[in-house]
Design a protein around this ligand. Structure first.
Ligand SMILES: Nc1ncnc2c1ncn2[C@@H]1O[C@H](COP(=O)(O)OP(=O)(O)O)[C@@H](O)[C@H]1O
Ligand SMILES: [Mg+2]
Length: 364
């Protein structure tokens, strides 16, 4: 989607991807195939670029630093990635800056989880510090007897974990933050996200919360990205509790699923704003033009991709905006696409109902 935005500005994009014919590679000017830890591939990729950005948080900060030493600007920087790609370090960074996060601790010995549970009670959430996504690095511990199972499932002790208190949130909120090279910020509206099995299912914009809470959420999101000196576009995931507390769940140093709705529903999409930041162009308006909802399209089978029901979805919901990513292989629960519906004359809830209607037709 960043490549699509770049095409409108006639900016050629070069992709580095593990597998040939990736969704971005299919429409990019050039695709380098290989792993970023392969020095040869990385060097030829870097040689082809004037400026580098990223769309996941797994690229090791050390690799980004090497690119910077080659004279290639990287946004967001290796410094920013080093602060957040480890979830424990990220939480320490936010906590030290006075920002609200759930109670958490990193630990060396499993017994420390017991001590933490004595203080905060069960359930607890165990999280892999690195390389988790769509809940794949998370495990909910309901009682002491599940500690060992959770640790083993997530790869402890080879893999570092953290443990945090379970937050009985009433809503999950998210804000996309754009931060330019000169440090100025622009914020997208606060949205409500719904996760099913730890995977984002839907996003509604704007979130149905009071203006005061929305302002507080945006304020927290802005401070979080300033704290990590982020340059680019960032997703800030938050929990809202029954007593109106807002806690940061995690930061994503890239365009984010909770910002996909911005393609159709905001003056400037998160993808175009990432490009503008990276290219040093003025940041575009983040204003919402209509209440909107996005629903993810997850893989329903483990088979080569073969979307069904597109025609029926278009027929049933003429205002549908469909995005299929072109991933060659479908897997159960894999994000294969998303759709967005705007309701200019109604509410975000109406948009969500229409989006759910459309999504129900599509099987991938
Ligand atoms: N401390 C927590 N309390 C309650 N729910 C949580 C907690 N941490 C995570 N979750 C749930 O799991 C989802 C995924 O967790 P997250 O830490 O964001 O991992 P990922 O990197 O896979 O997105 C969250 O969006 C939320 O629904
Ligand atoms: Mg998350």
């Amino acid at each position: 989607m960043t490549v699509e935005a770049a095409h409108c500005l006639t900016v050629p994009v070069v992709i580095l991807e593990n597998e040939a014919d990736s969704p971005a590679g299919q429409i990019a000017a050039r695709e380098f195939v290989g792993h970023w830890s392969n020095q040869e591939v990385l060097a030829s990729f870097a040689h082809a670029c004037d400026v580098i950005t990223l769309e996941n948080e797994f690229v090791d900060a050390g690799i980004l630093h090497w690119l910077e030493t080659q004279g290639k600007p990287v946004y967001p920087s290796s410094h920013t990635l080093a602060l957040i790609q480890d979830k424990a370090k990220q939480k320490h960074t936010l906590y030290s800056a006075g920002l609200p996060v759930p109670p958490f601790t990193d630990f060396e010995y499993q017994a420390e989880i017991n001590a933490f549970a004595k203080q905060f009670g069960y359930p607890l959430i165990l999280k892999a510090c690195r390389n988790g996504y769509d809940g794949r690095g998370n495990f909910r511990i309901n009682g002491e007897t599940e500690i060992a199972e959770g640790c083993a499932k997530l790869g402890y002790p080879e893999r570092e974990l953290l443990v945090e208190a379970f937050i009985p949130f009433i809503k999950e909120l998210a804000v996309m933050v754009v931060r330019a090279q000169d440090g100025t910020t622009a914020l997208y509206p606060v949205v409500e996200t719904v996760q099913r099995d730890h995977i984002c299912h839907s996003v509604t914009a704007p979130a149905a919360i009071s203006p005061a809470l929305a302002e507080e959420a945006q304020d927290i999101a802005r401070k979080a990205i300033e704290t990590i000196k982020g340059v680019g576009v960032f997703g800030v995931e938050m929990f809202l509790t029954a007593d109106d507390q807002i806690l940061i769940n995690e930061l994503a140093p890239r365009p984010h699923n909770s910002g996909h709705y911005t393609i159709e529903a905001c003056q400037t999409s998160q993808f175009e704003n990432l490009l503008r930041v990276v290219l040093g162009l003025p940041v575009g308006s983040t204003a919402l033009t209509a209440p909107a909802a996005m629903v993810n399209l997850l893989g329903a089978t483990n088979s080569p991709t073969n979307p069904k029901g597109v025609e029926a979805a278009y027929a049933a919901v003429p205002e549908l905006n469909l995005h299929l990513y072109g991933k060659k292989q479908s897997r159960v629960g894999r994000k294969m696409g998303h759709l967005t519906v705007l309701s200019p004359h109604a509410t975000a809830e109406t948009a969500l109902a229409r989006a759910e209607t459309a999504a129900a037709y599509i099987k991938i």
